[in-house]
Write a protein that binds this ligand. Structure first.
Ligand code: M6R
Length: 371
């Protein structure tokens, strides 16, 4: 089942070009030549009008599934014009937070069986909201109990650390945003760029996977560290959270994803010559701000590893030395799919080098069915 790979996590990272292709199969409506002109999501089409008229869209999930929703949130808000709020399932339940009948609540879960997410679904149903499921498991409890939804079709994920499900979840939520968005003249260019980006995404992921050896050598450098920080913002705040989650979950190394805009409100105190810090600074609307973050970290002699767009090394490495990982640039809303891959590879190699169990990290289960 693992084929030529040593571990399921490794296999699942490397099969992302194929899993993403399967996620999109039959869902991109073809237009002229080789371009797509829209998306068709069979499980949602009868509910799109209701979702567009919602007071809010509320994303609910746990762990990696929450992070995927966070990555998709800006584009969902931009295209649907509906405010999107985020809820970690357990926190919503602890607070008994407000969910209204005018809300559309989207439940994101790879397994479709996570107890907190399922409880939150019951709670949202009781409050009369329209409940949408985004799962990888046909026939799972969340798939059955939601009013409608989309399967991510990423294929069976065995490694406890979620990898290919994360990228497929982002792609599905991007397609949901496209399906919800009006086909107005003003949004046409944006829609076309995103549809083109989706079609080319598997190739771009194939390209970024070629960085495997580079990430292995970075892992050798970091394997004895106690801690690792990951700074991101915009769509890539989610990448920072997800990258840090992968490192702590499988490599058993303390790691924290930090919103770069919060740097001066506490995290800056940690910066010195020893603590490794990964900064995600690919080319998007936040790039300038990330350049300034890098300069401020350099000024404190931070030990930096920067993930940037291909060709941008000279733009990010000013004011000090840093190690750079160049990744292919894609449309901003899909960049988190590309940017997470080096961090998945880093977490994988760190785990192997540190001698921990890759597919069954201690104390964790693939599906958390108790609260
Ligand atoms: O099956 P789900 O997507 O609902 O699972 C949610 C989390 O338990 C899960 O994503 C967890 O955080 C992963 N093991 C992270 O890799």
């Amino acid at each position: 089942m693992k084929g030529n790979y040593d571990h399921f996590m490794q296999k699942e990272i490397h099969e992302q070009p194929e899993s993403l292709t399967t996620t999109m199969r039959g869902r991109l409506i073809s237009g002229d030549s080789s371009k797509a002109k829209g998306v068709l999501l069979g499980g949602l089409k009868d509910h799109l009008k209701t979702i567009r008229r919602s007071r809010r869209i509320v994303f609910i999930g746990c762990g990696t599934s929450y992070n995927a929703a966070l990555a998709a949130r800006p584009f969902m808000e931009e295209l649907s014009g509906v405010p999107v709020t985020m809820e970690i399932a357990s926190d919503l339940l602890d607070r008994e937070g407000p969910i209204y009948r005018e809300d559309t609540v989207v439940f994101v879960s790879q397994s479709g069986e996570t107890a907190d997410t399922l409880q939150a679904l019951k709670y949202a149903k009781k409050n009369g909201a329209l409940c949408v499921g985004i799962t990888n498991t046909v026939g799972s409890a969340i798939a059955r109990e939601t009013d409608c939804g989309v399967h991510i079709n990423a294929g069976c994920e065995i490694g406890v650390a979620s990898t290919k499900a994360y990228t497929s979840q982002i792609v599905v939520m991007t397609m949901v945003a496209l399906a919800l968005g009006d086909d107005t003249i003003s949004s046409q260019a944006r829609r076309e760029a995103t549809l083109d980006g989706l079609l080319d995404l598997p190739n771009k992921v194939r390209e970024v996977l070629k960085l495997n050896d580079e990430l292995k050598s970075l892992a050798k450098l970091l394997m004895c560290e106690q801690s690792l920080l990951v700074f991101g913002r915009g769509c890539n705040y989610a990448t920072a959270l997800e990258g840090a989650l992968k490192v702590k979950e499988v490599a058993l190394m303390h790691s924290e994803g930090i919103l770069a805009g919060e740097m001066k409100h506490g995290p800056l105190a940690l910066v010195d010559e020893t603590l490794p810090i990964i900064v995600i600074a690919t080319h998007d609307a936040c790039f300038r701000k990330q350049q300034s973050v890098i300069q401020q970290l350099h000024a404190r002699k931070g030990r930096l590893i920067v993930i940037c767009s291909k060709g941008d090394t000279s733009l990010v490495c000013t004011g000090g030395s840093c190690r750079v990982i160049e990744v292919p640039q894609v449309v901003d809303c899909l960049q988190p799919v590309i940017n997470i891959v080096p961090l998945q590879l880093l977490a994988y190699h760190l785990t192997v080098l540190r001698g921990f169990n890759v597919d069954q990290p201690r104390n964790l289960a693939k599906s958390v069915t108790t609260q």
